[in-house]
Design a protein around this ligand. Sequence first.
Ligand code: CAA
Length: 385
Amino acid sequence: MLDYIEYEDFRAEVRAKVDEIVAPHAAAVDADDHIPNDVMKAVGELGWFGATAPVEYGGLGWDTVRYAVLVEEVSRASGSVGVLLAVQGSLITYPLQKYGTEEQINEYMPKFASGELLGSFGLTEPGAGSDAGNTKTTAVLDGDEWVINGQKCFITNTKRDWPCVCFATVRTDPEKSKGVRGVSSIIVPPDAPGFNYGRKENKMGLRGSDTSEIFFENCRVPKQNLLGELNEGFKLFMVALDAGRISIGAMALGLGQAALDLAVKHAETRVQFGKPIGTKQAIQWKIAEMATKIRAARFLVYSAGALKDADLPYTTEAAMAKYYAAQVGREVAYDAIQVHGGLGYDKSYPLERIYRDVKLDEIGEGTSEIQKIVISRNILQLKKK
Ligand code: CAA
């Protein structure tokens, strides 16, 4: 049985560091649309960019549950910093370790682990969102180089003042111009000619986390930058997204926990009609519902992580964890605003930021509707037409 109490000492250590290096900057990160480089460096010194990377490559080698606690605790302070670690640890170092060649791992893993390099997951395109197989970006071999052309959008970890590598999904089989076949994954380093950022997306929340368009214009990378097998890139991205969905669930959990903590404190201290508002049943029931949902979401997230750590199938459970934790995070943030009344609606309080940030978790790395497709398909086991 998963008993997450064994992770509580670890959580306390992480939380103390988060309170020191992330929390004091959280409001400014949101207001300024930017994570300061001092915060990036402090996170890097703790090794958190390489939380899931193997120890022999400079990573911390943490199991998935430990990593989920990290993402949760960082997100409890700042969703913008939390999502950065969620992408780096799940969508970048994990598939690199699983599918990379020895040369690729030697070249990139230590830099990802230290935070010298950020990684972005270049799947989404204007015409390939939920329909992730509809990749239009192409890569054609020209001698010893891939020549990449196309456009990506909504790509996280495209921080303008930090070197970022893109793991790009590209169509490599011109015979299969549609669907999930004939797609590959290619590592595009930041200095590759023809690799350019477009517009920085103007997001509702997670304002400190840079999310951008990417344009590949005759972008050239060495032939050996193919990640995984030729024309098998769709599965690689799906496997990475399974892991990513655990960390997005953890992120929602951290944001929801932050909202709950604020609501509890307010209910205990805000006096109306001569008594703390927490003495009123209307508030007590809200707190009870919020706390129960957060606890249930936590078990879902950690149990998906435990399945992954045990090398057992976890696609369905990761989708459940993301779907449920994201919904709970949004509901709890909404109720916490209600408990605060006018103060919850005020930008000088963190709740409206939390509410904006957590909404992403119902959209990014597969919408809630896509998670329900994944869950139901795996349960129903109906044959494809
Ligand atoms: N693990 C391994 N293989 C998988 C898999 C998984 N989790 N999911 C699917 N596959 C395999 C299938 O077995 C199938 O292979 P075969 O045909 O050989 O059996 C193949 O992949 C195609 O699968 P489907 O037929 O299920 O494909 P589909 O087109 O119906 O799509 C989908 C399935 C679940 C809807 C998928 O497209 C999906 O998850 N969509 C959402 C994409 C998403 O999450 N996008 C957000 C990306 S986040 C981002 O880009 C921003 C950022 O910065 C982080």
